[in-house]
Design a protein around this ligand. Structure first.
Ligand SMILES: Cc1ncc(COP(=O)(O)O)c(C=O)c1O
Length: 410
């Protein structure tokens, strides 16, 4: 079954929260708890998630993509601004920048498969406004040097936590280190409501601006169904009570899910130590989500042979998380240049995106293979492996099979 760990542990808790909402038929996120059958699932999810992760504020959204758009809008990032983002990420980290009329500037990753902090400063220009570190495959980015660079150059940091809900870096949950964190609850994520997401921040003004943007410009935020003050332009990226009900139940399972994933990953990884030609991606903090085990072979040749025998693909060829496979952006000038309805002198040097423009990223992804621990997703290259419910016997079997295939590849 394709999906993330949250999908695998769907049970009575989610059904109960959903039934509460279904019995009253009050599906809109606003209301007075207890009045007209309003259950307040979304607002309860927001409060619990803020407390769980250590944000002052959280607001729920319709997706990780809309969460990123809300962060960019809240920070006032727009026409002509440049935003640094890694070339290995889901397309939404890039398209949300381009469709905010800003310019995505692609950065190299390192062997953690997250943005290489040593390659960021060379990309900074007078137009750079923000960095978007993506906590890819559940692995927290190395946030200390990133935050140092951001501080030195006066840049905003939007953490893309879509693949890393609940992960932590040096004792802080991801999303609480930069200015804002954007999270996804789609079906492949640590916890899920089918689709959905949320934004976290501890800055009152950013919260109000982000919330207003997600709710047709209501700023200050409206607390109920009444129409409040609409002081800005916004969109409708609200979560409804059905998604909120499932998200609420899943949120309560988050830390158990992470604990289980870390145990299972450790058990599998322990059995793959000491194999010649095989290493692993760098894990920046043991607080990672452990949703995936990434094998990092010494050579592309060995990775290719392994994949052919295992019926999988190296990350470089595994789908649309790699800039080389993003046909939407390749060989095009940035959307800001193409779509901008008015002329702006800052567009003098449009950016183009070409295959193999990030040689370090290409080299790493050619040698990297994802094995599922909890995210079973062929599009991420992790169609095989184990899942959050796998038994020790299954883990042993997968480990033995990987060892056998590698031995036969040599
Ligand atoms: C790194 C990253 N950013 C953003 C998104 C977008 O999230 P959603 O699918 O909820 O819009 C995803 C989803 O796959 C993602 O993996």
């Amino acid at each position: 079954m394709a999906g993330g760990p949250g999908r695998y542990v769907f049970g009575d808790e989610e059904r109960k929260e959903l039934l509460d909402v279904m019995e009253t038929g009050n599906l809109f996120r606003y209301g007075e708890i207890g009045k007209d059958g309003f259950c307040g699932k979304v607002v309860t999810f927001e409060q619990e998630m803020a407390e769980r992760l250590g944000h002052k504020h959280v607001f729920a959204t319709s997706s990780g993509t809309s969460s990123l758009l809300c962060c960019l809008a809240a920070l006032g990032i727009g026409a002509g601004d440049e935003v640094i983002v890694p070339g290995y990420t889901f397309i939404a980290s890039i398209s949300s920048i381009a469709l905010s009329m800003a310019v995505p500037v692609l950065a190299e990753i390192d062997e953690s498969l997250t943005i290489d902090p040593t390659k960021i400063e060379a990309l900074i220009t007078p137009r750079t406004k923000a960095i978007v570190p993506v906590h890819m495959l559940g692995n927290p980015c190395d946030m200390d040097p990133i935050m140092e660079i951001a501080k030195k150059h006066n840049l905003y940091v939007i953490e893309d936590c879509c693949q890393a809900v609940g992960a932590s870096y040096k004792g802080r949950r991801v999303g609480t280190i930069g200015d804002m964190g954007a999270y996804s609850l789609n079906t492949f994520k640590t916890i899920t409501s089918g689709d959905g997401g949320f934004v976290g921040t501890s800055d009152d003004d950013l919260y109000e601006r982000g919330f207003g943007f997600h709710d047709q410009g209501h700023k200050p935020c409206r607390q109920g169904v009444e129409v409040g003050n609409r002081s800005m332009l916004g969109m409708n990226f609200r979560m409804n009570e059905l998604s909120g009900a499932v998200a609420l139940a899943q949120g309560r399972k988050l830390d158990n899910i992470l604990e289980t994933l870390r145990e299972k990953k450790a058990a599998l990884k322990a059995q793959l130590q000491g194999i010649e030609g095989l290493g692993f991606r760098t894990i920046n903090d043991p607080g990672e989500c452990a949703t995936l085990l990434t094998l990092l072979f010494d050579t592309k040749e060995l990775a290719d042979k392994f994949c052919a025998a295992a019926g999988t693909a190296p990350i470089a060829k595994s789908g649309w998380h790699v800039y080389n496979n993003m046909e939407q952006i390749l060989n095009r000038v940035t959307a800001a240049k193409v779509n901008c309805p008015y002329s702006c002198p800052r567009y003098d040097e449009p950016r183009t995106y070409a295959k193999h423009m990030l040689p370090q990223t290409d080299d790493i992804l050619d040698r990297a293979v994802n094995i599922s621990i909890g995210v079973v997703d062929k599009g991420l290259g992790s169609g095989t492996g184990i899942n959050v419910n796998s038994s020790m016997e299954e883990i042993n079997e997968v480990a033995a099979n990987i060892r056998k295939i590698i031995a036969e590849c040599k």
